[in-house]
Design a binder for this molecule. Structure first.
Ligand code: ADP
Length: 177
């Protein structure tokens, strides 16, 4: 049995620098790279990452695939495809799926530390507060389904403003409990 408890922590900065077992990439359906965090991860990992990504022939929105991390400090990259925000219930399900399915995949590979960026909150336009609420709900749900696993989740906020959004969401949740 794993001695460590499930835990969640925050980091403000660049996800490509994190020495965790897996970092999550906010990829697109092609998995062939893009801008934002996707571009930063591919640049830092080197071109072998793109070669491995080609083998999947894409990924559905809300689902996740795993590759090696190559030149990254992280051993693995979990590529998940967030929804392009349209304000529908389907967006919520897809974004929830990104976090939940990434953790499922990490556990299937016996990984115990995973860092997430704010999936869909850049070019894909998801409002940051709503996205943070969904991220926390999905991680919390996974923790409840896997109480003994010992997963360390790091939520990476690219800037302090994004971190403040999460703190506000957590405060509101505490008040409601
Ligand atoms: P999406 O297309 O899913 O919206 P983006 O890459 O445009 O993805 O943005 C997702 C989030 O990742 C944004 O909040 C953005 O500020 C953040 N981000 C961009 N680069 C990095 C990085 N190097 N490390 C951590 N977060 C990043």
């Amino acid at each position: 049995m794993n001695e460590q408890k499930n835990s969640i922590e925050f980091f403000i900065g660049d996800i490509t620098q994190l020495p965790v077992e897996a970092i999550v990439n906010a990829a697109n359906n092609s998995l062939l790279g893009g801008g934002g965090v996707d571009g930063a991860i591919h640049r830092a990992a080197g071109k072998e990452l793109l070669e491995e990504c080609r083998k999947f022939h894409g990924c559905e929105t809300g689902k996740a695939v795993i590759t090696k991390g190559y030149k990254l400090p992280a051993k693995h990259v979990i590529h998940t495809v967030g929804p392009i925000y349209s304000g529908t219930k389907e967006d919520v399900n897809h974004l929830f799926g990104c976090y939940y399915n990434s953790l499922e995949l990490a556990a299937r590979h016996h990984l115990h530390s995973v860092a997430f960026p704010g999936i869909s909150t850049g070019v894909y336009g998801y409002p940051k507060k709503e996205a943070a609420e969904i991220a926390i709900a999905a991680i919390d749900d996974w923790f409840n389904q896997n109480k003994e696993y010992g997963m360390r989740v790091v939520i990476v906020n690219f800037c302090k403003e994004d971190w403040l959004v999460y703190q506000e969401v957590l405060e509101n949740m505490k008040e409601r409990m």
